[in-house]
Ligand binder design. Structure first.
Ligand SMILES: Cc1ncc(COP(=O)(O)OP(=O)(O)O)c(N)n1
Ligand SMILES: Cc1nc(C(=O)O)sc1CCOP(=O)(O)O
Ligand SMILES: [Mg+2]
Length: 210
């Protein structure tokens, strides 16, 4: 799969979806033109995440959009996702490849140049780099204002693998992230909590295309 074509990346959060279900938000984001969807919903049971994953698999397959599962290689396999996103404390890339197959997409989180280089060497297909800006969607270590677009530029210069900026990104501040060298941006609350997730996705898409 060509991850270098990913411009807009939705990360789901049922707890931040203004009373809507994750499939409802994902359906709207697909209508808005999102390029890739990650099932992240934290704080729900394995069974609930599995049921949601099955529904997202149907919706994304219909739209021809890849589905990635956060953290869990077993859940990615169970819902027939296209791949998995692994953090620095999750299982290694090699284990995901062994379990999901050579064609699976494996993304890795990195917030420093060193982590990015190590993830590339390990065989990551893309990097999630953040938090770019301040966010209250996740407790991030380090600078509460984010690593900034300068770090995106440093990481993008150091690796060849596509870089997806994440953290505090919306249509109003996405352009500088791509301007710094990211191939695309990931958004959680800017889409999931928006009054109109379809319009918010379309606006993010337009901002990145500028
Ligand atoms: C695209 C993308 N980038 C980074 C992350 C963060 O992953 P991780 O560091 O494992 O933290 P959690 O999301 O698991 O809390 C991501 N999920 N997606
Ligand atoms: C899931 C996640 N990972 C991050 C990282 O820095 O690795 S920041 C983040 C939360 C992104 O949410 P929002 O778009 O609402 O800021
Ligand atoms: Mg993780």
């Amino acid at each position: 799969m060509n991850t270098s074509e990913w411009r807009t990346y939705l990360v789901t959060a049922s707890s931040r979806s203004a009373g809507r279900t994750t499939p409802e938000v994902v359906a709207a984001a697909l209508d808005g033109g999102v390029d890739v969807v990650q099932l992240r919903d934290k704080g729900v049971s394995d069974r609930e995440r599995y049921e949601t994953g099955l529904r997202l698999r149907e919706l994304t397959a219909e739209a021809g959009v890849p589905l990635i599962v956060n953290d869990r290689i077993d859940l990615a396999a169970a819902v027939d996702a296209d791949g998995v996103h692994l953090g620095q404390t999750d299982l290694p890339v090699a284990v995901a490849r062994e379990r999901l197959g050579e064609d699976a997409v494996v993304g890795v989180s990195a917030s420093t140049v060193e982590q990015a280089e190590a993830a590339e060497t390990a065989g990551a297909d893309y990097l999630g780099v953040g938090a770019v800006y301040g966010t209250d969607s996740k407790a991030v270590s380090g600078d509460r204002d984010g690593i900034g677009t300068e770090r995106i530029a440093a990481v993008a210069d150091a690796v060849e693998v596509p870089v997806i900026g994440i953290g505090g990104i919306d249509a109003g501040n996405a352009a500088p992230v791509v301007g710094a060298g990211a191939t695309g941006v990931a958004a959680l609350s800017a889409i999931t909590a928006a009054d109109d997730p379809e319009a918010a996705t379309a606006a993010l898409r337009a901002a990145v295309a500028e």
